[in-house]
Design a protein around this ligand. Structure first.
Ligand code: NAD
Length: 330
């Protein structure tokens, strides 16, 4: 089947072309994002493959449908960037990669926790400048720390496994508690109690109407002074302005982000020669206790291979009219 890729990066081409030797689809890669400005460029394909910052609104979907697109294959897990209700109404199938390596994101979350708790990001710069002073680098241990996981699906569960190995006390909030977490000894609490008890809070829920700005002034107020907040889920789960206020007043002790509300204007691009006009993002960068990575938690060899394989298999099943395995519905 002919597949047009959007927001494609050199590593997408490498991994997809390699895995495609087993599938023999026709792949066309485009480095620009798919959105209302670019949708008219989609021609002569019935399948497109998109990523986290392509914006498939109702208007984009209607144009895609009239241009003959019948399958949208997301090469990611989250599908908050697609109006799946409109896609359903139009009869466009939307498939995703629900699980490619939950460990890749869980390990990155732990990487952010350890870097922040031991100030490794600051120590790296100091040592390179021959500054071997330890002042300001005093850390704390994850052993015996209370870590709250919000959303214990695949990634949250993989994180709970790592943290129980560290000897952390793991508590969680999820409307649907998981058996695996319960058998690990994870204690489920309601959202407010988790906020009050956790030394570290890590977000692993999807972005939905319910989780949009879940972390806001009201919930931040309930958290322990000095709390560490980690977000590798989706940027808009956090109200960035509220978080900046709580960093300024010292209530948040550490912030680790792999995702950001307005990331589509920044992430996955080299903007090192440009002036960044996003003042909220620039303000975040001024805090010594904030560590930001550009949506790279998924970025491992194992994950990219699995993403390519599941995506191309999803397309093959559609082409052969076999029941869809990873369809997105609300
Ligand atoms: P999953 O579907 O397996 O788990 C999500 C969990 O969140 C479920 O257990 C669900 O019950 C729970 N949940 C739903 N609403 C909630 C709420 N209001 N409060 C608390 N929990 C709630 O998904 P997953 O594979 O674990 O992925 C989680 C999210 O991580 C994805 O939706 C995606 O946004 C994000 N993600 C980020 C990256 C990255 O590179 N940074 C990569 C993959 C996924």
């Amino acid at each position: 089947m002919k597949i047009s890729f959007y927001s494609s990066q050199p590593y997408d081409i490498t991994f997809f072309e390699n895995v495609n030797k087993n599938y023999r689809h026709e792949l066309f890669f485009h480095d620009y994002a798919l959105n209302e400005d670019t949708v008219d460029l989609v021609k002569n394909v019935s399948c497109i493959c998109v990523f986290v910052n392509d914006r498939l609104t109702a208007a984009v979907l209607e144009k895609l449908y009239s241009n003959g697109v019948r399958l949208i294959a997301l090469r990611c897990a989250g599908f908050n960037n697609i109006d799946v209700v409109t896609a359903d109404k139009l009869g466009i199938t939307v498939v995703r990669v629900p699980s490619y390596s939950p460990e890749s994101i869980a390990e990155h979350s732990v990487g952010l926790m350890l870097s922040l708790s031991r100030h490794i990001h600051r120590a790296y710069n100091r040592v390179r400048e021959s500054n071997f002073s330890l002042n300001g680098l005093l850390g704390f241990e994850l052993h015996n720390a209370t870590v709250g996981i919000i959303g214990t699906g695949q990634i949250g569960t993989a994180l709970a496994k790592i943290l129980t190995g560290f000897g952390s006390k793991v508590i969680a909030y999820d409307p649907y508690p998981g058996d695996e977490c319960i058998s690990l000894g994870v204690k489920y609490l309601d959202f407010n109690n988790l906020c009050q008890q956790a030394d570290v809070i890590s977000l692993h829920c999807p972005l939905t109407a319910d989780t949009h700005h879940l972390i806001n002034s009201e919930s931040l107020q309930k958290m322990k002074p000095g709390v560490m907040l980690i977000n590798t889920s989706r940027g808009a789960v956090i109200d960035t302005e509220a978080v900046i206020n709580y960093l300024k007043n010292g209530h948040i002790g550490y912030l680790g982000l792999d995702v950001y509300e307005q990331e589509e204007n920044l992430f996955f691009k080299d903007l090192s020669d440009q002036i960044i006009s996003d003042d909220l993002f620039e303000r975040l960068l001024t805090f010594p206790n904030v560590l930001i990575t550009g949506h790279q938690a998924f970025f491992t060899e194992q994950a990219l291979t699995n993403i390519a394989d599941t995506t191309l298999k999803n397309v093959q099943r559609f082409e052969k009219n076999t029941p869809c395995l990873h369809c997105c519905h609300l």
